[in-house]
Design a protein around this ligand. Structure first.
Ligand code: ADP
Ligand code: MG
Length: 291
């Protein structure tokens, strides 16, 4: 048996175990899909989509948090998501990253990877990075050490500290330090950074894994105006190299970074277009922007 087949076998056994455990299929209740199992590093974007959601729904105690949600994102795109509290924005990210299993629908990474067949850590391995609202950096470690650790997220902290970077990894670390504007703070303890700098460091930790898709939930909440401006520059510099999905309420920030804005409401897409277009939409004004 080839290693590929062995790996596939292991995955299938795991998927089967999951199915037994939860009493449903790994694809969230549907019959097993046609997609093949993917290896990290390959995402088929020949159809022009890095992420594809179709008719996704999930209920919590009978309440439909996500309701027939369909959405797709192009490779290299920076998509902004806005919408009132409770619209389902965070839940959508939970579904994409495998934290929450939808009751129905399809969620694809590229055109061949059925994300509903993977666990949360596997999805991260496939190249989807997620930034939660609160920064979660190791306060006692330096900026450099935090970035170094990000290369070895699956190892124990102590074991990781003993591992040495090869030259490609050192180059990558330096590049990331530049990208997140923390070159001058490399040897500073993360705990001494400002809130904004901690957020950048965490984004840097995600970048160390070179994710194809980055999901960012309210990244500028609590930042100063200057930090917000810098974050806008950072995101614009990431666009193209990575695909980004950014949930935010800060309209001037959205205005600076956005191409297409998707408005989520009651668990589905209410409107989509440029910020000017969605801001002029009566339904959007009604539910979100106010009069
Ligand atoms: P948003 O991020 O747009 O503010 P959320 O995705 O956090 O919205 O929440 C959407 C709705 O789903 C809310 O009404 C919320 O209370 C509910 N919800 C989210 N996660 C859960 C959960 N794990 N259990 C029960 N209800 C949830
Ligand atoms: Mg939220």
């Amino acid at each position: 048996m080839t290693p590929d087949l062995l790996e596939e076998g292991a995955r299938r056994a795991e998927a089967h175990a999951l199915k037994v455990e939860h009493g449903k299929t790994e694809s969230g209740g549907r019959a097993a899909g046609f997609s093949r199992l993917a290896t990290p590093g390959e995402v088929d974007v020949t159809h022009g989509r890095i992420l594809y959601l179709e008719d996704v729904s999930v209920s919590f105690d009978g309440f439909k948090a996500i309701n027939k949600l369909s959405l797709d994102i192009a490779p290299g795109e920076l998509r902004c998501i806005i919408g009132p509290n409770g619209a389902g924005k965070t839940t959508m990210m939970d579904i994409i990253t495998g934290k929450t299993r939808p009751d129905e629908g399809r969620v694809f990474f590229g055109s061949t990877i059925d994300l509903l067949r993977y666990t949360e850590p596997e999805i991260a391995q496939l190249g989807i990075g997620r930034k939660f609202q609160k920064p979660t950096v190791f306060e006692q470690l330096t900026v450099f050490e935090n970035l170094e650790l990000a290369l070895k997220t699956n190892k124990a902290v102590t074991a990781s500290m003993l591992f040495r970077l090869d030259s490609t990894q050192s180059d990558r670390l330096l590049e990331v330090l530049h990208t997140i504007h923390l070159v001058g703070n490399a040897s500073a303890q993360a705990g001494t950074l400002s809130h904004g700098q901690k957020q950048w460091l965490e984004i840097g930790m995600l970048l160390m894994q070179d994710p194809k898709l980055l999901l960012l939930d309210e990244p500028v909440a609590g930042m100063t105006d200057e930090e917000t401006e810098r974050t806008a520059e950072l995101f614009l510099s990431l666009k193209g190299k990575h695909s980004l999905m950014v949930v935010e309420h800060d309209m001037s920030f959205i205005n600076t970074i956005s191409d297409i804005v998707t408005v989520l409401c009651d668990g589905s897409v209410l409107a989509q277009g440029t910020l000017a277009q969605v801001q002029a939409d009566e339904r959007v004004i009604e539910v979100y922007l106010g009069r």
